[in-house]
Design a protein around this ligand. Structure first.
Ligand SMILES: CC(C)(COP(=O)(O)OP(=O)(O)OC[C@H]1O[C@@H](n2cnc3c(N)ncnc32)[C@H](O)[C@@H]1OP(=O)(O)O)[C@@H](O)C(=O)NCCC(=O)NCCS
Length: 149
């Protein structure tokens, strides 16, 4: 059984460890800061083995930004990324959020495919936005109420 829920402060080490495999990992302090917000900003997929995926979001009015998201390397290609994004879309929709935004490195084929198959469109390119290595950012967006994906 896998549940989608807000992260707990006790998940901190696992979040840092999962994100450590991403191209631009967040510091432990950055994750710890998320737990100071009034509303949850970190959501996880939790299995019997513990947290297998997480997403960090920012909500402003009717918009939501996914600012960080990763699946534990040993659990990739099993639909967790798709389940996590679908769960976020469903939760946002019920809370009156109409549009979800995110940005990905141009070379991140896995993420671009994940979001593309979920109905996100590529709306803009920011040349040389990322560092180490320098790379374009692709902005993607999707309406929460949309039927496709
Ligand atoms: C991108 C990421 C979240 C995908 O998670 P995942 O659980 O492996 O994804 P899913 O199993 O749900 O895959 C959904 C679809 O995404 C695409 N996809 C996922 N991994 C892929 C890969 N390595 N290569 C190509 N396409 C891929 C496929 O279209 C896949 O559908 P399919 O398995 O039916 O072919 C994961 O690779 C990850 O954590 N990467 C590092 C962090 C990162 O890049 N985060 C996103 C930054 S915005």
């Amino acid at each position: 059984v896998i549940t989608f829920e807000a992260a707990r402060p006790s998940d901190l080490d696992t979040l840092v460890s999962i994100d450590g495999h991403s191209e631009t990992p967040w510091s432990e302090a950055a994750f710890r800061n998320e737990f100071k917000a009034d509303e949850p900003t970190v959501f996880v997929l939790r299995s019997a083995d513990g947290v297998v995926a997480f997403a960090v979001v920012r909500t402003l009015g009717s918009d939501m930004d996914i600012v960080n998201l990763a699946v534990a390397p040993d659990h990739r290609r099993r639909g967790h990324g798709r389940l996590l994004v679908r769960s976020l879309l469903g939760k946002s929709f019920t809370e009156g959020i109409t549009r979800v935004f995110l940005e990905v490195r141009a070379g991140n084929v896995a993420a671009r495919n994940l979001y593309g198959t979920l109905g996100f469109s590529e709306t803009q390119t920011r040349r040389g936005f990322y560092r180490n290595p320098t790379e374009d950012a692709i902005l993607m967006a999707r309406n929460t109420g949309q039927k496709t994906g």
